[in-house]
Design a protein. Structure first.
Length: 149
């Protein structure tokens, strides 16, 4: 596995990976309506690209195939961390998180899904609070978590 910084030409593939991962990996914890509100399959590529370029964004590859990505903003907010549905449990998220966390001194905050919460707890993150976030009129439960580095 190779990890490199994000490139604008990665954007479309990352949004497909995001959609596929949400709809397959998170389906055990969220309803179909919640999954559609979270990832509707029609991403704003310009907005995604701008956000990924503004953040410290990393991409994991197996050969030429993108198998995961993650990004963190300058405040230590870990925004996205997604692994291809066929590469779950193979250390991709751990490798990405290791690199992202090294870029921050201080506290890292993330909003973890129900599905991702055990992963972050295993890395030493603690839950600050459970919350309901609204996406397209649908409520989704997630957890504000933080880790002091």
């Amino acid at each position: 596995m190779e990890i490199r910084e994000y490139r604008p030409e990665d954007c479309a593939e990352l949004t497909r990976l995001f959609y596929d991962t949400v709809h397959t990996v998170n389906c055990k914890d969220y309803t179909p309506a919640q999954l559609d509100a979270w990832a509707d399959g029609t991403p704003d590529l310009e907005r995604w690209n701008r956000s990924l370029q503004e953040h410290f964004s990393l991409v994991a590859l197996e050969g030429e195939k993108i198998i995961g990505f993650g990004d963190m903003d300058s405040t230590g907010y870990l925004d996205r961390l997604y692994v291809h549905k066929d590469y779950q449990g193979k250390g991709v998220a751990t490798a990405l998180c290791d690199r992202l966390e090294q870029a921050v001194d201080g506290t890292i905050v993330t909003h973890a899904s129900i599905t991702a919460r055990p992963f972050f707890e295993g890395r030493g993150y603690v839950m600050v609070k459970a919350q309901q976030v609204e996406r397209k009129g649908i409520l989704l439960r997630n957890f504000v978590m933080e880790k002091r580095c």
